[in-house]
Design a protein around this ligand. Structure first.
Ligand code: FES
Length: 103
């Protein structure tokens, strides 16, 4: 089991929004839905669009570049053109520290 990645003083997203953080050099998009944090790789698996800047509807984020839709709770593709899922992280916040655990 890999150790969770620890990010001190992480920027945390507002409800229904996403932010980008760097986890060991990898851009990760962190979202807040219903008060819970969810994290997936920030680069769209289609052509690298920034998912942290995508529109979030419920638990689904739409890539701004070509409209692929991913479930932020699982990383699964809900709608193409992307075909590959996103890597997912278990996200937890303690104080001002964000912990991301690759799943
Ligand atoms: S880069 Fe995200 S849908 Fe194309």
């Amino acid at each position: 089991m890999p150790e969770p990645i620890r990010i001190e003083n992480a920027p945390l997203p507002a409800e229904g929004k996403g932010v980008r953080v760097l986890a060991n050099g990898i851009p990760v998009a962190v979202f807040r839905v219903g008060g819970a944090f969810h994290a997936i790789d920030a680069r769209c698996t289609h052509r690298g669009g920034p998912l942290d800047q995508g529109a979030l509807h419920g638990t689904q984020v739409t890539c701004a570049w070509h409209g692929s839709v991913f479930d932020v709770t699982t990383g699964a593709v809900a709608h193409g053109p992307a075909e590959a899922p996103e890597h997912r992280y278990r996200a937890r916040v303690e104080g001002s520290t964000l912990f991301l655990e690759p799943v």
